[in-house]
Design a protein around this ligand. Structure first.
Ligand code: OFO
Length: 163
């Protein structure tokens, strides 16, 4: 049975993952509006991954005899200054999520909740990948600059995700 403070913290994080879903869906809509269909598809796949992350918390809470409480989501931003700005925001967001996961892992250790600490290790590893993947895209976009040809090539390349 999970302790109440941990249950509350995991419910709060479930919301963070759902917000990530919402944010990436908003970025997908923004990119779709700019006609960068490959990048929009990439963000849509990312949103689906975030939904799956949220559901891991949902399932874990139930498996531990906890209660799932769905908290209200904030409205995500809907426009960015550029494609690069959107991906930079995604990178910043992932860095923030990493910090939150680490704080949760610290809490589980302090509370000697070994099951939760073990559950969170998957996310610790996943965050390394999440940050690295978006950082690579930010770097590629930075290298592309204002070259339309290179930008459309990158769009096409990112559209391969999930196909
Ligand atoms: Fe769930 O990893 Fe991104 O936010």
């Amino acid at each position: 049975m999970i302790g109440k403070p941990m249950e509350q913290a995991l419910n709060k994080h479930l919301k963070e993952e759902m917000y990530s879903f919402y944010l990436y869906l908003a970025m997908s809509a923004y990119l779709e509006g700019l006609n960068f269909k490959g990048m929009a598809a990439w963000m849509r796949v990312q949103a689906q991954e975030e939904y799956a992350h949220a559901m891991k918390f949902f399932d874990f809470l139930h498996a531990r005899g906890g209660t799932v409480t769905l908290l209200a989501l904030d409205q995500p931003q809907s426009e960015w200054a550029s494609v690069l700005a959107a991906f930079k925001a995604a990178h910043g967001h992932e860095r923030g999520i990493t910090k939150k996961i680490h704080a949760l892992a610290d809490k589980a250790t302090t509370e000697k909740d070994h099951a939760t600490a073990n559950f969170l290790q998957w996310f610790v590893k996943e965050q390394v990948e999440e940050e690295a993947t978006v950082e690579t895209i930010v770097k590629r976009l930075g290298a592309v600059g204002d070259s339309p040809g290179a930008l459309y090539y990158l769009d096409h390349d990112l559209g391969k995700r999930g196909k």
